[in-house]
Design a protein around this ligand. Structure first.
Ligand code: SF4
Length: 264
């Protein structure tokens, strides 16, 4: 078997795996997963997404610097990271002074917590883990070794422990367990604004919910059947797919345009 074949097979296998974010999106609305995984629609780049990516990147660099030198230069790391996204910020017309202030404020809180031993230094940051056996893949934000106990965490805007984030972080925990042949009993939701944390038990019930949700997503992808419209209008109001794909008014307008029926 040649290298190209092996690579193609691996890429295909990785693509067909269910991701941690698929599970979290499924909990929000199964249709979102249909649009992304079956129709292949990529989410539109948004300012808020870039800001989130930047926070993850700054965090990773700070931790890396702290591990190597025992300290970190917040302002330099923020500037270096921001500069990589200048094009995006220009496009969005981002207020850069406000952004810098917000980042400095937030990461100064983290620095203080680290110095007071109130925030543990993660063993691993931003690790990509996948398993053919589980049919799952995830980019895991943080993994802590807390006195011999592994804790898998994710950086979020707040520490709300809705089912979606728990499923998402739980996927990372199951993958880490398999990868390291170890056991994870706790997961953590961490606010990347004020760096508070919420611990959640990785119960048998949550483990079952993860595997059941994975199977539901797999079944939907294989059948290519579009899930029903979400029943919560608040969710639709905040969803990118409303105007383009789900608003029944728009849909009927498209169908009657030029008297020709169009499907999505
Ligand atoms: S607009 Fe509503 S139904 Fe459509 S994908 Fe979004 S949340 Fe689901």
């Amino acid at each position: 078997m040649g290298w190209v074949e092996v690579t193609f097979k691996t890429l295909f296998q990785v693509f067909s795996m269910i991701s941690a974010s698929d599970l979290s999106a499924w909990d929000f609305c199964p249709r979102q997963v249909y649009f992304r995984r079956v129709l292949g629609i990529k989410p539109e780049k948004k300012e808020v997404m870039i800001k989130g990516t930047i926070k993850h990147s700054i965090f990773e660099r700070l931790i890396d610097s702290y591990k190597k030198t025992g300290s970190f230069d917040i302002e330099k790391i923020i500037e270096d990271t921001i500069s990589e996204y200048n094009e995006d910020f220009e496009k969005f017309g981002t207020n850069m002074d406000e952004l810098r202030e917000d980042l400095k404020w937030s990461f100064s809180i983290l620095e203080e917590k680290i110095n007071k031993n109130e925030f543990p230094i993660p063993e691993f940051c931003e690790r990509w883990i996948e398993s053919e056996n589980l049919g799952l893949k995830a980019r895991v934000d943080v993994i802590f070794d807390e006195s011999g106990e592994w804790v898998v965490g994710d950086l979020k805007t707040n520490v709300s422990d809705f089912l979606g984030p728990k499923l998402q972080i739980g996927v990372g925990a199951l993958l880490f367990e398999e990868n390291m042949n170890t056991e994870v009993n706790k997961i953590k939701i961490i606010s990347h604004n004020i760096w508070e944390e919420k611990e959640v038990e990785l119960t048998d019930e949550l483990r079952e919910q993860i595997l059941e949700t994975r199977d539901e997503i797999k079944q939907m992808i294989e059948s290519e059947e579009i899930p029903s419209l979400c029943e919560n209008p608040n969710k639709c109001a905040s969803c990118d797919f409303w105007e383009s794909h789900c608003n029944p008014k728009k849909k009927s307008e498209k169908k009657t345009e030029n008297g020709v029926k169009k499907s999505f």
